[in-house]
Design a protein around this ligand. Structure first.
Ligand code: SF4
Length: 496
């Protein structure tokens, strides 16, 4: 537990972001007045803090000076102050984050691999510097100095941004748009899931009404964007292949009737759960022009798969992969997660070794994120002792294995609530990178998203502005309120 007392909430977001970067699963309780230590003692030991004791963070924003102090009940203390010119808000935010980073770092004796950087898209920073003409060596220096990040992370970020730049410069993507389609059904719900996902056993009868609503939203989108070129289609979820053969055929027909599939640069469908894949479904996708699919084992350990509720076997992963190859897919991605409950670096090594034996064209390495709505978080008491999180060594190992497979990192993002505060990285063989992933990270074009829980992004590059509309996540609400979802889009699409 972290008790926070601050006399201004101007930098509340940054204060919390840094505090949670050091203590990922802590609760922050804001108190309205400075609590003396004895009162904290009366509150009793919290469930958090480096040594299971509550922490107290006091921030005093003065006229030109900020004072900060972090203490615990043993009297351990970290205290700092800085001069701050509040007129330059952006500069001041950075200064506050840096100052807080030092307070937490001194207190814990830890340095974070990404330093004080808590944003989701670190490559956007590097991309901007590259576009301004900076050289990679200078960028690495500046990145690690500005954000107090490891040079290794700065170099990785630079490598990814250079790759993205090379791909983005090959085409005028900003004049086009991409389409995301969400299919929110899954065979079962994974322990860590926070997506729009509804298990087939309870929601399977919604497939047809869902596709009716989705068709309406897709037709509307196709109508408004008919003059604009479409770069990529990405069908995700959920698990799109959880649709029945009939449902999948219908979805592919809807897409073909409304969008120019033959001129797409990329058409991806997630076939994430191996227990949702069969040869007929793969054939439907292949014949519909899908060029890239994703089969996601997450781990190649049966005990973990059982624990995280995936309800499929390791063998089914191999079979689904072999079926996809037989069907003719030559661009298969696999997703894995590091830091799953009960797993350490040896488990990660084994999963990497088995996946490298299969030989996918790309491998996406996720660090386990514990989202508020996920069962893993709700039932954390049960899993606490098993969740050790991702370590930097695990990610280094993944990097080594991917490099031996001839892959390079081509996109990355960070999430809140990742124990270890690390990153997710997409690796790929040259030429097999997922363009959609890069476009969504770098926010260079509109990404129109249809389906339950889908989030649409409208990009206005001249104004350096991005607007978003969200669809409701609940499948029944989506079906019932489809006209309202379309109306939400209309306001922004009028300008197209
Ligand atoms: S397969 Fe993906 S979307 Fe479906 S329940 Fe698991 S994590 Fe959620």
């Amino acid at each position: 537990m972290i008790y926070l007392y601050q006399n201004s909430r101007e930098y509340d977001y940054d204060v919390r972001a840094i505090a949670l970067a050091f203590f990922e699963r802590e609760k922050i309780i804001e108190v309205s007045e400075d609590i003396p230590d004895r009162q904290l003692a009366a509150a009793g030991p919290g469930k958090a803090g480096p040594d299971d004791r509550p922490l107290f963070l006091k921030l005093d924003f003065g006229d030109q000076r900020i004072e900060g102090q972090l203490t615990d009940l043993t009297g351990k203390k970290s205290r700092k102050s800085i001069e701050c010119d509040y007129r330059d808000h952006a500069h001041c935010r950075n200064a506050v984050s840096r100052f807080l980073y030092h307070i937490f770092s001194d207190f814990t004796g830890r340095k974070l691999p990404w330093g004080m950087l808590t944003g989701i898209r670190p490559t956007k920073i590097v991309m901007k510097w590259l576009e301004e003409g900076m050289e990679p060596r200078g960028i690495i220096e500046r990145f690690s100095e500005t954000y107090l990040a490891d040079r290794q992370k700065a170099a990785l970020c630079c490598r990814v941004a250079l790759k993205e730049k090379e791909i983005l410069e090959s085409h005028p993507f900003e004049r086009e748009y991409s389409l995301y389609i969400g299919i929110p059904f899954c065979p079962t719900t994974c322990l860590y899931c926070s997506f729009a996902s509804f298990p087939l056993s309870r929601f399977g009868d919604r497939m047809d009404p869902y596709l009716d609503a989705l068709e309406k939203e897709l037709r509307f989108t196709a109508g408004v964007y008919r003059e604009k070129a479409l770069t990529t289609i990405y069908v995700g979820g959920g698990t799109p292949t959880a649709l029945s053969e009939h449902g999948l055929t219908r979805l592919m027909d809807i897409i073909h009737q409304n969008f120019p599939v033959s001129s797409l640069k990329e058409f991806t469908v997630e076939a994430g759960r191996p227990d949702s894949v069969n040869s007929e479904k793969l054939k439907i996708l292949h014949e519909a022009g899908v060029g890239r699919i994703s089969i996601n084992p997450q781990t190649m350990h049966q005990t973990t798969l059982d624990l995280i509720g995936r309800d499929h076997t390791v063998d089914q992963v191999r079979q689904a992969f072999a079926l996809a190859r037989e069907t003719g897919f030559d661009n298969i991605n696999m997703d894995m997660i590091t830091g799953l409950p009960g797993e350490d670096i040896d488990h990660v090594r084994e999963t990497l070794s088995q996946l490298s034996g299969l030989g996918p064209e790309s491998l996406t390495v996720h660090s386990l994120a514990i989202k508020r709505a996920a069962h893993l978080n709700i039932e954390m008491e049960r899993y606490q002792s098993m969740v050790k999180g991702t370590s930097n060594d695990m990610l280094r190992l993944a990097d080594e294995v991917c490099s031996r497979m001839g892959m390079e990192p081509y996109y990355m993002y960070r999430q809140k609530n990742i124990p270890g505060n690390l990153e997710n990285i997409g690796y790929s063989l040259p030429g097999k990178e997922c363009l959609y992933n890069i476009l969504i990270m770098e926010e260079k074009q509109d990404i129109i998203s249809c389906g339950a829980g889908a989030s649409t992004k409208y990009v206005y590059p001249e104004e350096n502005r991005i607007e978003r509309t969200e669809n409701v996540k609940n499948i029944d609400h989506y079906i019932q309120r489809i006209d309202e979802m379309i109306d939400r889009k209309k306001r922004y699409m009028e300008m197209v």
